[in-house]
Design a protein around this ligand. Structure first.
Ligand SMILES: [Zn+2]
Length: 454
């Protein structure tokens, strides 16, 4: 493309702009004599620091024009010279920052406030026009400083479009955008961390979290993951109007941990809930979580150990999970709060009673979950409190106990009852859908298998 770009700093902005935004940095792109809709980006961070540009400008310049308007003094002279001959259109994509309003954006870009008032007076668009969140993008098109069009996304699937008609009046309408969900296979080999592997495949942290969530009852992602573990997933990718928008949900997954293979398929129940099941229809969800703290590490196991605070050997009747102060602690299973308060060496402690005479204990907390009271019923995974080091503790950790009929058991060795499997009524539907998903998983895992190199 016959396109050149130049970066200028605040010193070379026109005097008018520099006095208004003495701290601004301008990255200026110029399209010289090109009749194409080339994109040159100009960023004019206003009230922000230079580290975070808040506006960007694309300036397709008509043929023959020497340069764009918002430039250094010499470029501006050139622009002034050509403006007399050719109309000068500017397209600016403004990324909304905290405390931005349309008024402040219009002022910053030296656009007519009267135009803004006229647009605001259009029936029925006030809400979708003025409700701005940081990160939103508003596109403003102007011709010689007069607003000709304004566009902004209102939701994932709708765009507000305001245009100046030939008669000079503004007209607004909402454009519907189509979302398309495509599935894509991803296959990763873990060398250091799950997050790194997933990121290297071009997927977001959210996908790593989802994967850990799917298998959280079978694999302790804090403790048991090791180099050489691998996974294959079939992931939904959401596209809008032909452009990639974001990662969606995992629809099928396989995880090989320490030589053992775990597989899961997603299935939507008639009530709309989406759950993960094994290929033969057993729920991956279990009555108790493997660990009440995600991504922690076990600092002390169950059994005899030297007690660093009491300075003597003593039986450790639970498991200690080291994690930073403030890490959320989750209820290991559905249960009822039987104790919430301070108790000796436990410090701040919560006890939960579960069905089958099972009790779980969470000690050394820094804080309790807000609104937690004795008698309250908690769902599995609900917040109990936050990791701390109250009571007899040398460092921040969760002391976790699991008791059955009053007897302490090693939480790590408990075989827990799985949640409900696929019911006979849904069996046929499940099997059909699972077969398709598993075929996709097989294809992905075989296609990308590291070749026969032993
Ligand atoms: Zn402990």
């Amino acid at each position: 493309m016959p396109q050149s770009a130049a970066r200028l700093d605040a010193g070379s902005i026109s005097a008018r702009q520099a006095s208004r935004h003495p701290w601004a940095t301008v990255a200026l792109g110029m399209l010289v004599g090109a009749a194409l809709a080339g994109v040159a980006w100009v960023s004019i961070p206003a009230r922000s620091g230079p580290e975070n540009p808040s506006t960007s400008q694309a300036s397709p310049v008509p043929p023959g024009a020497a340069s764009t308007g918002r430039a250094g003094p010499s470029a501006q002279l050139a622009a002034a010279a050509t403006a007399a001959l050719k109309p000068l259109e500017s397209v600016v994509n403004v990324v909304v920052r905290r405390n931005d309003t349309l008024d402040s954006i219009f002022k910053r870009l030296q656009l007519s406030i009267e135009d803004l008032a006229t647009v605001r007076s259009l029936p029925g668009i006030r809400q979708s026009l003025d409700f701005l969140k940081p990160g939103d993008v508003v596109q403003l098109v102007s011709l010689n400083g007069e607003l000709t069009a304004l566009e902004r996304r209102v939701s994932d699937t709708a765009t507000l479009s305001v245009r100046r008609e030939v008669d000079g009046e503004f007209a607004a309408n909402i454009i519907e955008n189509t979302l398309e969900v495509r599935t894509e296979p991803l296959r990763g080999l873990i060398t250091s961390s799950l997050f790194k592997t997933v990121n290297d495949l071009g997927a977001s942290d959210q996908v790593a979290l989802q994967l850990a969530e799917v298998f959280r009852y079978d694999i302790d992602f804090a403790q048991e993951l090791q180099p050489g573990d691998s996974f294959t997933i079939v992931l939904e990718k959401v596209w809008r109007d032909g452009a990639f928008l974001r990662d969606g949900e995992i629809v099928a997954a396989e995880f090989v941990n320490n030589g053992r293979t775990y597989r899961a398929v997603r299935y939507q129940l008639p009530d709309g809930r989406r759950e993960y099941y094994t290929p033969d229809g057993r729920s991956l969800r279990k009555a108790f979580l493997l660990a009440p703290v995600q991504f922690s590490r076990i600092s002390s196991g169950f059994g005899l150990r030297w007690h660093p605070v009491l300075n003597r050997m003593r039986a450790h009747r639970g498991i200690d999970y080291a994690a930073p102060v403030g890490t959320p602690i989750r209820a290991a299973g559905d249960g009822r709060v039987t104790f919430r308060g301070v108790q000796g060496g436990y410090g701040n402690v919560v006890m939960l009673a579960h069905s089958g005479g099972i009790e779980t204990v969470y000690g050394h907390m820094s804080r309790f979950a807000p609104g937690l009271f004795v008698g309250k019923r908690l769902k599995q995974g609900e917040l109990v409190g936050y990791v701390g080091m109250t009571g007899l503790a040398t460092g921040p950790h969760l002391h976790y106990e699991y008791r059955v009929g009053g007897v302490h058991r090693n939480p790590a060795s408990i075989k827990t009852l799985p949640a409900e499997p696929i019911t006979p009524a849904l069996r046929g539907d499940f099997d059909t859908k699972a077969r398709t998903l598993l075929a996709g998983l097989d294809a992905a895992s075989h296609a990308a298998e590291p070749t026969s190199a032993r």
